[in-house]
Design a binder for this molecule. Structure first.
Ligand SMILES: [Zn+2]
Length: 221
């Protein structure tokens, strides 16, 4: 199994968005990221990214599907796309993968519907589901009603691809939930659970995970 991160742009959000109780006047740089999990049988994207982000100024931007193709695989090879939640910057670009199974939690179907077309091969997720051997979706419901994370099981730990359940390392270190939550109780429970040692959290807007436009392999087993 191989896990690769792709960076296709950067933008800024307020500290208040990132951290509960944060300052509205402080801007934090964030990266726009998506991930590829490769197994023998599947090429699974975790989120698809976006071609535009209304309301946000984008820097160092390239369309996510173009960044994926610099890695050397064709968009037609993608077998599955897991959507962590139905926000524009995570779901907008699924139109480039009409052949893929699109996995979306049922509680985000209403808000995500506008990104789907008649031919979309939609697989609605429930609270917990195996996508393929060693790769599991877990519903959280903090950031949006249907938001979730993807766990990749290693020997004694699990990589947790956190979507937007958590924006910064500070959220986990201080156990303060994100300021962008539809259910603060669930967001609080999330930072409590996923700050435990048995998880290796990966954040979808982490500016430090990859320092440049393009891709970086995070793990290969
Ligand atoms: Zn996001």
């Amino acid at each position: 199994m191989k896990l690769t991160v792709f960076r296709y742009g950067t933008t800024e959000i307020t500290e208040r968005m990132a951290i509960e109780g944060g300052d509205e006047s402080i801007k934090l740089p964030i990266s726009l990221l998506f991930f590829l999990i490769e197994t023998k049988e599947k090429k699974i994207l975790v989120d698809a990214g976006c071609d535009a982000m209304p309301g946000f100024e984008l820097f160092e931007f390239q369309k996510p599907v173009e960044v994926l193709e610099t890695y050397g695989i064709d968009r037609g090879e993608i077998t599955d796309v897991i959507i962590t939640h139905a926000h524009n910057d995570h779901m907008d670009a699924i139109r480039y993968y009409p052949q893929a199974n699109i996995h979306l939690h049922k509680n985000d179907l209403k808000s995500g519907e506008r990104y789907l077309s008649d031919g979309t091969k939609l697989i609605l997720l429930d609270d917990c589901g195996t996508i393929t051997h060693g790769v599991e979706f877990r519903h959280v419901g903090g950031h949006t009603a249907g938001s979730g994370i993807v766990l990749i099981k290693l020997c004694d730990k699990a990589l947790a691809l956190c979507g937007d359940e958590c924006y910064t390392r500070k959220n986990l270190i201080l156990k303060i939930p994100t300021g962008s939550s539809c259910c603060p109780e669930k967001s609080r429970a999330f930072v409590e659970e996923y700050s435990k040692d048995c998880y290796l959290p990966i954040l979808f807007h982490d500016p430090d995970l990859i320092e440049h436009l393009g891709y970086k392999t995070l793990m290969e087993l």
